[in-house]
Write a protein that binds this ligand. Sequence first.
Ligand SMILES: Nc1ncnc2c1ncn2[C@@H]1O[C@H](COP(=O)(O)OP(=O)(O)OP(=O)(O)O)[C@@H](O)[C@H]1O
Ligand SMILES: [Mg+2]
Length: 230
Amino acid sequence: MLKVEHVHQYYGGSHILRDVSFEVPEGTLTVLMGRNGVGKTTMVKALMGIVSVRQGNISFNGKLINKLPSYERVASGIAYVPQGREIFPRLTVEENLFIGAASHQAPKKIPEYIYDLFPILKDMSSRNGGDLSGGQQQQLAIGRALMSQPKMIILDEPTEGIQPNIIQQIGKTLVQLVKEQGMTILLIEQYLDFIREVADKYVVMSRGEIVASGDGENIDRDGIAHLVSV
Ligand SMILES: Nc1ncnc2c1ncn2[C@@H]1O[C@H](COP(=O)(O)OP(=O)(O)OP(=O)(O)O)[C@@H](O)[C@H]1O
Ligand SMILES: [Mg+2]
């Protein structure tokens, strides 16, 4: 569904992404993992059109998207949950959700299935985003991404700074979205226990290069644990 081919990206003179190629097959949860600073977020920003790539191709559903502005990528069915969540603290939970609906096909009210996935968002719909705990804000960020009715969601380190019980809950929800709703997910992650629970496929990045890939069930057999920090 998403195909990245020979992508190179630079910040000034620093060569950050080096000939990166990988795929996210439709209907899978694919994990992109790697230590701090290897270029994971840069890759995701390139996918979303937040940074531009110098060389290489990115295609979604067989269509090249590298030159499209971010909002057109969202309209074509890709949603993004940024690292650090980026919730608006002074807007209510409901207002934060509507921010995700900024495209033309967006719903006029919050779809009930989002509240079914994350009941806490309904309970707290009129509270300020800033009043929520880290885990609740992460749930809000995922709910906001779902508001654009995406075919694919990209999440950048959703477990960062979150309590283990909420991590588990988020993991279950992501798997449910893939298995029951046919969603495709690209998850950026370093937390190996979480990756083992949810990954259909994995790709490992090290210093801006893809150095390993395989099926989630083989993560331990493939001996790639030393390539992530946790
Ligand atoms: N805006 C920027 N300008 C210059 N260099 C940057 C910029 N953003 C990131 N970098 C550098 O690019 C490299 C890759 O950073 P990136 O944020 O993509 O890593 P990451 O794998 O997401 O790390 P983390 O796991 O800590 O989130 C790092 O060396 C970082 O310092
Ligand atoms: Mg990052």
